[in-house]
Design a protein around this ligand. Structure first.
Ligand code: ADP
Length: 206
């Protein structure tokens, strides 16, 4: 697999972050999650963090120019010269066009899951702030019993915010499938983590 620019698409909870991390270890290419970049800005209370905190909590999208500005700053760093894996960018046609002017995307991997599965996975998703690990109470990976008491939920993993996020995904990100056309590879996201990773690897060598 040659290093290149790979984007993950898929509804919330489809496993983009999990699979991007697996691929990053295989390809030794950086994993860039715009959601993680925003959460880090919120955590460190930067001006940007303060600006986007309420937007993230509600499940709405951060304005395109602001999001692209943050991404551009990251992909200009040396480690991205040979390629990178995007998780959560682009999410709108404007974002796709802004990126295209700057760097061409080679492959789009779409992790397909139903909205019902998405809702189920997100409401049972838990975060361990002590280690940074993400667990799921009903699917995988399940947390060890002794740490369950310290697990928390992401502030936007509420039923209301999930509904907004899914609506945005279908409405705003949906049109990108025809924008990228034959760069798009679809993978069934409702399989085990290992099976999904295997399907992604096969899609990338085609
Ligand atoms: P998810 O996709 O599961 O909702 P993310 O961690 O990828 O979670 O993103 C969390 C939030 O960060 C989004 O709901 C949105 O508010 C903001 N965000 C992340 N990426 C983008 C983007 N490309 N454009 C606009 N907003 C974004």
């Amino acid at each position: 697999m040659a290093k290149k620019v790979i984007c993950f698409f898929g509804p919330q909870g489809s496993g983009k972050g999990t699979q991007a991390k697996i691929l990053t270890d295989k390809l030794h290419t950086p994993h860039i999650s715009t959601g993680d970049l925003f959460r880090a800005a919120i955590e460190s209370k930067t001006a940007l963090g303060k600006q986007v905190e309420n937007i993230l909590q509600s499940g709405e999208l951060v304005p395109d120019e602001l999001t692209f500005g943050l991404l551009k700053e990251r992909i200009l760093q040396n480690d991205c010269a040979d390629g990178f894996i995007l998780d959560g960018y682009p999410r709108t046609l404007t974002q796709a066009r802004l990126l295209d002017e700057f760097r061409e995307v080679d492959v789009i991997i779409v992790l397909e899951i139903s909205d019902e599965e998405s809702l189920k996975r997100l409401t049972s998703r838990r975060y361990d702030s002590a280690t940074g690990a993400i667990y799921n109470l009903y699917t995988a990976p399940k947390p060890p019993k002794e740490i369950i008491h310290r697990l928390t939920q992401r502030p936007d993993d509420t039923a209301e915010a999930i509904a907004v996020r899914l609506q945005k995904y279908h409405q705003e990100t949906g049109p990108l499938f025809s924008y990228y056309q034959d760069k798009v590879s679809r993978v069934n996201g409702e399989q085990s983590i290992e099976k999904v990773a295997g399907d992604i690897e096969r899609a990338l060598v085609l």
